[in-house]
Every structure is written in structure tokens, then in C-alpha cells.
Design a protein around this ligand. Structure first.
Ligand code: FAD
Length: 395
């Protein structure tokens, strides 16, 4: 490890020279150019293996960079799914060829990734998915629909899970594929959400041919591949948010309450103390996860604790903001941050798995409580009444 203080000083100087006053929404071309500069400077993929384009450094350098980056709004959100989920999945279970082909372009911002798991009839119970992939010579032919796919409109590539064997039980006949989003037969339709923007999309597959060498993991073993991605997702959502400024934070709302002469109001103090305690619990839990990752201990299902704490904290921040700012919360403030954060808050408790599902996972896999009964675990998928199969069965 290099001297952390020296590393952090150099990172701060680089950020000051290259990232100060960048617009939060810089546009796609500017975001890609920024990622390339970040990579050239040695700050993209800090802990990723050097042979695939990473910097091959340790979690200590990563943390030093993240500390230096606090207070900067880096325009790299569109790469979040690639960096937080798809890339780590390929590094864990991709082939050597996948790593050589896909990792460096991701780290340089040349290719944007999305993750295509959820379907209209398969969200929390994503193993009920119905998108099909059928073998045809040296390729697989994909048909079906995904929904809520973040950044699909901007994406060049995506990880897809599709059903490859309907005779196996629902968790076992699934395979993970790398999809080229520009291939014929892939159609992306944006969905407008309540922030007024289109963060997520529907994706349709009509006879999309996917070469067999784009399978990630093994045929029919896509469920464990998907679990790998989801574990990375929850850690990445939790720890990623730990590094970003929260507009409806304790500090911001306490200042707003003081400015409005509300600090003596016991109800307001109660809200603020509750928010402070949640922030401390979240920050300390994440500090602990980071230390453990640094020591080589993988968080596993405890990533769900970080995700749940963050969802609850975000919703508590939104409630407190509404109480303290009153009608002002519905008007966009100067840079729109409070109002945008409020309308984004409920999505935090859904995306990456809902809070109820996080509680199930924590009960089951962190606390060792009895599992939820699952009567359909051993039944061939074709016999299950899920999604459109349920409608067909009811006819
Ligand atoms: C901001 C955002 C971004 C997203 N991005 C992506 C993406 O990039 N890729 C992707 O594939 N998906 C994405 N999603 C989809 C997300 O993963 C799903 O919304 C989520 O898994 C829930 O599925 P659902 O919406 O079908 O709800 P459902 O599964 O239908 O759930 C409805 C309600 O029932 C509850 N429920 C369901 N099952 C149980 C149970 N067993 N026990 C207790 N309660 C239960 C849920 O908690 C929820 O309150 C995104 C969603 C959001 C909000």
C-alpha cells in the first residue's frame, strides 16, 4: 500500500483540477470522457485486477480516494450498475475471455451496462421469470420481456437471466447471458417515473440471437450467478450511498430547522434525533463492512442489512424533510436536490430488492431463523402457475 495520506492528497489535487464544478447531469458524452480521464489518472477500478485494466491496489487506496471524492458530484452514475454489479459478477464467475473483453472498456466508460432480471410477473420472486432462451446451433435465441431496467436506454451491454429449461424446478433452469443491447430484436422503451425522468425501462426481446460464449457461469446455473450479482448489488447500493452526500440529511435538515426557528419544537427535535441515530447506525455499519472487506471477509447476505438501513434512512429523511420544510418540499429548491430526493425515496425501498425481502434474507441467512415455506421449490417450472402461465391455467 502506498502512503494513504499521500495517495489521498494526490487524489484530492486531481479531483480539484478535473472534477470541481462539473454539472451533476453532465450528459452521456461528457460522462464517458470523464470516466476515461479517471481511468488514465489511475482512479477507476482501484482494487480491480491490473491484468484486466484495473489498478491492482488495495481497499485502503479505494477508501482514500472515496474520502477525497466526498463533496464532489462525479458524473459517473450511469456506470453504477456496470461498476457495482455486472463487472464484479464477470470478475467472480466470467470466463477469462469475458474479463479480457469487457472489464477495461467498462472501467474506461466506453461501455455502459444494465441488469435485466425483473419481469412484469417476476420481481421479488425473480426465479419465476418467463423470458426464454432456446439453443439453436452455436447460439441461443431469446424471447420475452424485462421491466424496471435502470439505464437500459443508455446501455451498450447487459446481464440477462432467462429460462433455459422449463422441466427443471424454477431456481434450476435459468441461465445468465451477456446481451449486446444494440443487437437486432432488442427494443428498449423508457418508463416515466415520479421524479419526472425515465430512470428505468421496459426491454423486449424478439428472437435475439446470443452466441453461446456469452453465457456467464454454467447453463441452467443462472440462479447462483444472479445471486452473485444481487449480493454485489446490495453491498454496492449500501456502501455506495455511504459515500455520497444525502440532500435530506440530518445536517441539512437541522440547519433548515434552525433557519425557521423550529429547533425548540419537541416534535422536530424528535425527528432530527431519530434521523441522526439512523445515519450513525448506517455509517458505522458501512465502516465495519469496509473494514471487513479490507481484511478479506466477504459481507455475503449482510449486504442486505446495509441496503435495508439505507432504505429506512432515506424514507425517514424524506418524512423529516416534509415535516420541517412543509409545502416548500414540493417546490424545487435552487438545484432541485430536496424535491428530487423526496420523489426518489420510495424507489430506494424497492430497487435492489424490497425492504420486506431484505428482512426475509436477514432473518433467513444472517440470523439463521427458519426459512419461509416454499412449496414450489421442487416442482418443474412448466407446472407452476406463475406469470402468464397462471393466466393460461385459469382459462
Ligand atoms: C429505482 C428502481 C430501480 C430498479 N432497477 C432495476 C434494474 O436495473 N434491473 C432489474 O432487473 N430490476 C430493477 N428494479 C426492479 C426491482 O428489483 C423490483 O421492483 C423489486 O424486486 C420488487 O419487485 P416488484 O416490483 O415486481 O414487486 P413485487 O415482487 O410484486 O412486490 C409487491 C409487494 O409485495 C411484497 N412482497 C413480495 N414478496 C414478498 C414476500 N415473500 N414476503 C414479504 N413481502 C413480499 C414486496 O415487498 C412489495 O411490497 C428496479 C426497481 C426500482 C424501484
Amino acid at each position: 500500500m502506498t502512503d494513504p495520506q499521500e495517495y489521498s492528497r494526490r487524489a484530492s489535487a486531481w479531483l480539484e483540477a478535473n472534477a470541481r464544478d462539473l454539472p451533476r447531469d453532465a450528459g452521456l458524452a461528457a460522462s464517458r470522457a470523464f470516466m476515461a480521464r479517471l481511468h488514465d489518472a489511475g482512479y477507476s477500478g482501484i482494487t480491480w485486477p491490473a491484468e484486466y485494466g484495473g489498478q491492482g491496489l488495495t481497499a485502503a487506496e479505494e477508501r482514500a480516494f472515496q474520502q477525497a471524492a466526498r463533496g464532489f458530484a462525479l458524473p459517473i452514475g450511469v456506470f453504477g450498475i456496470g461498476l457495482g454489479m455486472c463487472g464484479p459478477t464477470l470478475l467472480s464467475i466470467g470466463t477469462e475471455e469475458h474479463k479480457r473483453r469487457y472489464i477495461e472498456p467498462l472501467l474506461r466508460g466506453e461501455e455502459i451496462w444494465c441488469q435485466m432480471f425483473s419481469e412484469p410477473g417476476a420481481g421479488s420472486d425473480v426465479a419465476s421469470l418467463q423470458t426464454r432462451a432456446v439453443r439453436d446451433g452455436d447460439a441461443w435465441v431469446v424471447n420475452g420481456q424485462k421491466v424496471w431496467t435502470s439505464v437500459a436506454r443508455q446501455a451498450d451491454l447487459g446481464l440477462l437471466i432467462a429460462r433455459t429449461d422449463v422441466d427443471l424446478p424454477k431456481h434450476r433452469g435459468i441461465t445468465m447471458f451477456i446481451i449486446d443491447m444494440h443487437d437486432p430484436g432488442v427494443t428498449v422503451r423508457p418508463l416515466r417515473d415520479m421524479t419526472g425522468e425515465s430512470h428505468f425501462n421496459e426491454v423486449f426481446f424478439d428472437d435475439v440471437r446470443v452466441p453461446a460464449d456469452r453465457i456467464v457461469g454454467e447453463v441452467n446455473e443462472g440462479w447462483s450467478a444472479a445471486v452473485t450479482t444481487l449480493l454485489h448489488e446490495r453491498v454496492s447500493i449500501g456502501t455506495g450511498a455511504a459515500r455520497t452526500e444525502r440532500p435530506a440529511s440530518f445536517a441539512a435538515l437541522a440547519a433548515a430547522a434552525r433557519g425557521r426557528g423550529l429547533l425548540a419544537d419537541p416534535a422536530v427535535r424528535d425527528l432530527l434525533v431519530d434521523l441522526y441515530l439512523r445515519e450513525r447506525a448506517f455509517d458505522l455499519f458501512n465502516a465495519r463492512l469496509s473494514q471487513e472487506i479490507k481484511a478479506g471477509i466477504q459481507p455475503g447476505a449482510r449486504g442486505s442489512v446495509a441496503k435495508l438501513l439505507l432504505s429506512d434512512l432515506t424514507l425517514a429523511g424524506a418524512d423529516a424533510a416534509t415535516e420541517i420544510l412543509g409545502p416548500e418540499t414540493v417546490a424545487y429548491d435552487d438545484d432541485g436536490t430536496i424535491a428530487a430526493a423526496l420523489s426518489w425515496a420510495p424507489g430506494m425501498a424497492l430497487g435492489g430488492g424490497t425492504s420486506e425481502i431484505m428482512r426475509n434474507i436477514i432473518g433467513d441467512r444472517v440470523l439463521g431463523l427458519p426459512r419461509e415455506p416454499q412449496v414450489d421449490r421442487a416442482i418443474p417450472f412448466r407446472d407452476l402457475k406463475v406469470g402468464t402461465q397462471a393466466e393460461e391455467a385459469g382459462r
